[in-house]
Design a protein around this ligand. Structure first.
Ligand code: AMP
Ligand code: GLY
Length: 426
């Protein structure tokens, strides 16, 4: 079959690379793709949000399966448009994608399903929100309700800071209409982990555990980014916690969604805080994590296409299981100088060939493009240098060996990806 992957980041490079290995697949396209995806798929110059043109491309080229990478087209209703034409597309419909597209909706569903999550209030009125944080006996996190490209969350340490965050979002409208309402919630303490699963509307096939590194600098310092690196498995999510997430979070969630008439078919990604009393949900996403997808797919031994295709065409994944390499994997993100703030583009990247030759290493591209036969930077997160190893230390060392061979002007990356995992073994 022919498959279209929608998106242009490291996650979509991972998906294109993995899907291209399936014996069921004889052609992979990616819209719009990037400089590295072009090695594993045919890139098509259609933006991920241009639903009408994507639909036409799929029909004109007899694509049998479309896999949506990012959240924006899901929230905009790409799945509804494709299903109306009986086309197989992997991802939740517009109502299901509200789980990520509206934090207040996600909170309401979590409360209904008794899913462990921080206490919260939802506000459109700044005075009422300020009164809530002044009366709260805990530090708070202030979140724009809608999609804000990963930037709409402000973690605060006192009521004054929370009031400034409320002003920034509700009064100064820093995130536009995405901040027309806000969720103010208790600030939780613990280590974060990502739990990503595939759901056919009823049954769940979980992926291995993983852990992202959101802050820009070593030691979790600096501003939040889309993710500066990830590894899998995440030892903080041990077998016991893994089972608890399924039983107390994902299955109750799917049940409550069904009660509301939402048959959720696609990725369920729970961003978790591992607190002293167990896993709490910080957020749900309606798509795979980026960069978590890259190390996860490096460890995935099974063909990913059957589970995606069954889900996309409305079948059952009840008896499906995914098999994983025992060896851990690590992805180190190399970013443009200045990211997550303003950065320059068009820097020539060297050393990609040598890094990719190391056994067990794959360099996934995120923000790159080809210019005059050279690979140049074109985004904030540029590369996800990913390695599998016999143990976590070996995987970390291998990933950083590959990173040391790659250079571009201004490149920066964290030097401590995976260290939280290492500390659990010592
Ligand atoms: P979100 O987009 O909701 O996952 O938030 C982005 C980041 O903000 C998370 O990865 C956490 O680091 C932090 N965060 C969000 N909610 C909370 C919370 N209730 N307590 C502590 N940190 C949080
Ligand atoms: N890595 C975090 C995310 O994909 O939202």
């Amino acid at each position: 079959m022919k498959v279209l992957v929608v998106g242009s980041g490291g996650r979509e490079h991972g998906l294109s690379w993995k899907i291209a290995q399936s014996p069921l697949v004889d052609g992979v396209f990616c819209a719009p793709g990037n400089g590295g995806i072009a090695e594993d798929a045919i890139c098509v110059d259609i933006p991920a949000e241009d639903i009408g043109s994507l639909l036409k491309f799929v029909k004109d080229n007899a694509i049998e399966l479309t896999v949506v990478g990012p959240e924006a087209p899901l929230v905009a209703g790409i799945v509804d448009a494709f299903r109306a034409e009986s086309l197989a597309i992997f991802g939740p419909d517009k109502r299901g994608a509200q789980l990520e597209g509206s934090k207040s909706f996600a909170k309401e569903v979590m409360q209904k399903a008794s899913i462990p999550t921080a206490a919260c209030g939802v506000f459109t009125d700044a005075d009422k929100a300020r009164a809530y944080v002044r009366e709260a006996c805990f530090p708070t996190v202030v979140k724009a309700d809608g999609l804000a490209a990963g930037k709409g969350v402000i973690v605060t340490s006192c009521a004054d800071e929370a009031c400034s965050a409320i002003d920034e979002i509700l009064v100064e409208k820093a995130f536009g209409s995405a901040g027309a309402s806000i969720v103010v919630e208790e600030r939780l303490v613990g280590e974060e982990a990502s739990f990503i699963a595939i759901c056919d509307g009823e049954h769940i096939v979980p992926l291995a555990s993983s852990q992202d590194h959101k802050p820009a600098y070593d030691g979790d310092l600096g501003p939040n980014t889309g993710g500066m690196g990830a590894y899998s498995p995440a030892p903080v999510l041990d077998e016991n916690a893994y089972g608890r997430v399924l039983d107390t979070i994902l299955y109750p969630l799917v049940r409550v969604l069904r009660e509301r008439g939402i048959t959720y078919k696609g990725v369920l990604y729970a961003g978790l805080m591992m607190t002293q009393t167990g896993p709490y949900v910080l957020e749900f996403n309606a798509r795979m994590g980026d960069p978590e997808t890259q190390p996860l797919l490096m460890r995935l031994k099974s063909d990913i296409v059957p589970v995606l295709y069954e889900t996309a065409k409305g079948g059952s994944i009840r008896n499906m299981e995914l098999a994983w390499e025992d060896g851990p994997s690590v992805c180190v993100v190399m970013a443009s100088g200045g990211y997550p703030g303003p950065y320059e583009k068009g820097k020539v990247i060297s050393g990609l060939g040598d890094a990719g030759k190391i056994d067990g290493v794959k360099v996934f591209h995120a923000g790159t493009r080809i210019r005059d036969n050279q690979v140049v930077t074109s985004g904030g997160r540029v590369l996800g240098v990913t390695a599998v190893g016999g143990d976590l230390k070996a995987a970390i060392d291998k990933a950083y060996r590959a990173v040391s061979l790659i250079s571009f002007d201004g490149a920066h990356y964290r030097k401590d990806i995976g260290h939280k995992g290492l500390r659990r073994f010592t």
